[in-house]
Design a protein around this ligand. Structure first.
Ligand code: SF4
Ligand code: SF4
Length: 355
C-alpha cells in the first residue's frame, strides 16, 4: 500500500507569509493534526538554525502550526536538543538565546521553547526497538514524554548522511547527547593539548574516572573511557576532540533506528512536515547557506519514510540530477532502503497535490 504524501508546490522565493497561508489551508483540508487531543502537550521539533546561519524553517510557519494545535485545545511548545559540538547550541541556555535571535521567541511564535534533553543534553529515556543495531535507543526525554509530536524539517544535503530531512531530524535531532554519540562514532574522545587549560572540569565530571590532568594537560585513559561524552559537554575551551568516524552507511542506519525509537515512542501521535525550500548543500548546523535548487514546496504526511522518499525524489526531479551531483557524492538512499529492510515506515508513497 502507498502512503499519501500531501504536496504544496511553491514558486521560487515565494514570500514565507504567503506560503504559510496556503500551507495552513492545506493542513486544515487534510486534517493533519486530527490526532491531537484537547490538553495534549504537543512538541514541535524543528531546528532553530546555526549561529549566522539562514537555513531553517522560518518562525512564521511554526507560529501557524502552533496556532493550529492550540485550536484543538492543546498546549504546543517548540523543542530542540543540544549539539555534541561546541558553539551556542551546545547547551540549553545558548541554544534558546540563539533561537530567540532567529525570531523563535514567544512574542513571534506564541510558544515557549522547552529543550527536550535538558540543560546539557543528558536528559534521556531509553526506548526499546526491534532494531538490528540497537535493542533500545536513547531519546531526549521530553520527546518521549510529550503527548503528541510534529516533526518540522528542512530538507538539505548533508556531508555525512547524504541528505537530512524528517528521519535525520528525528534520529539525530531527537536523540540525547549519548544517543547522538552512539550514532556518530564508536571512537573515544581525545584531548587537544594546545587548547587544554588544565582546568580539570572534565576530571570532576567523568563518570569513569578516565581523565587525569598531568603537567597542566588532561589525558584520557581510552581503556577506562565509556564514550559518554560528558567531557565534551563540560569543556568550555573546545579542548575535547572526537573522531566522527562512523561510515556513511552505518551512520544512516543508526539514524534510522533512532528515528524508529522516536516513532515508537509517539505511535499514532506524530505528523511530519518537510520544507523543500532554501535547499542547501550542507545541513542547517553548518551555518552557511547557498541554494542548490530552486524552491519546490512543502510536504505533509503521517509517515517519516514516505515523506523523506518523496522529498528526495522531488528534489532530484526538480534539479534534473541526483543529489550526489548537487551536494555530496556519498550513498544517500541508505536511510530509505534501510527503513524498508527493517519494516519501519512506508517508503512507497503517492503524492497528493494540494492545488
Ligand atoms: S575541561 Fe577541557 S580545558 Fe579543562 S582540563 Fe578538561 S579538556 Fe582541559
Ligand atoms: S567520554 Fe565520558 S568516560 Fe570518556 S573520558 Fe569523556 S567523560 Fe570520561
Amino acid at each position: 500500500m502507498k502512503e499519501k504524501v500531501h504536496f504544496l508546490a511553491v514558486a521560487d522565493n515565494e514570500p514565507d507569509v504567503q506560503v504559510a497561508r496556503r500551507l495552513e489551508a492545506m493542513l486544515r483540508r487534510i486534517g493533519l493534526f486530527s490526532f491531537i487531543q484537547a490538553r495534549d502537550l504537543v512538541a514541535l521539533k524543528t531546528h532553530f538554525g546555526e549561529e549566522n546561519g539562514k537555513g531553517y524553517v522560518r518562525p512564521v510557519f511554526l507560529k501557524m502550526l502552533g496556532d493550529l494545535a492550540r485550536e484543538r485545545q492543546a498546549f504546543p511548545f517548540l523543542t530542540e536538543t543540544s549539539t555534541l559540538y561546541s558553539g551556542m547550541r551546545h547547551q540549553a541556555v545558548g541554544h534558546i538565546e540563539l533561537a530567540q535571535r532567529h525570531g523563535f521567541g514567544f512574542e513571534n511564535t506564541g510558544m515557549p521553547i522547552i529543550m527536550a534533553d535538558g540543560l546539557t543534553g543528558d536528559e534521556e529515556l531509553e526506548v526499546p526497538i526491534p532494531g538490528r543495531i540497537y535493542r533500545k535507543v536513547r531519546i531526549a526525554s521530553q520527546i518521549v514524554k510529550a503527548q503528541a509530536l510534529v516533526v518540522v524539517s528542512h530538507f538539505t544535503g548533508h556531508l555525512a548522511s547524504g541528505f537530512g530531512a524528517a528521519l535525520k531530524n528525528m534520529g539525530m535531532g531527537c536523540a540525547s547527547r549519548r544517543g547522538k554519540l552512539e550514532q556518530h562514532s564508536t571512537a573515544k574522545p581525545s584531548v587537544k593539548g594546545k587548547k587544554c587549560t588544565g582546568c580539570a572540569a572534565c576530571v570532576r565530571w567523568c563518570p569513569a574516572q578516565a581523565i587525569t590532568v598531568t603537567d597542566g594537560v588532561a589525558r584520557i585513559d581510552k581503556k577506562a573511557c565509556i564514550g559518554c561524552a560528558e567531557c565534551l559537554t563540560v569543556c568550555r575551551f573546545d579542548a575535547i576532540g572526537y573522531n566522527w568516524s562512523a561510515t556513511y552507511e552505518q551512520l544512516q542506519r543508526k539514524i534510522v533506528e533512532h528515528a524508529w525509537g522516536v516513532a515508537e515512542a509517539q505511535k499514532g501521535k506524530i505528523a511530519y512536515i518537510n520544507f523543500l525550500s532554501r535547499i542547501s548543500k550542507d545541513c542547517d548546523c553548518m551555518g552557511g547557506y547557498e541554494k542548490i535548487v530552486p524552491d519546490i514546496g512543502v510536504l505533509a504526511a503521517a509517515d517519516p519514510v514516505a515523506i523523506d522518499a518523496a522529498s528526495l525524489d522531488l528534489v532530484e526531479e526538480r534539479a534534473g540530477r541526483p543529489l550526489t551531483a548537487l551536494a555530496y557524492d556519498i550513498p544517500h538512499r541508505v536511510q530509505i532502503d534501510y527503513a524498508r529492510e527493517l519494516g519501519f515506515g512506508c517508503p512507497d508513497y503517492e503524492i497528493v497535490n494540494a492545488e
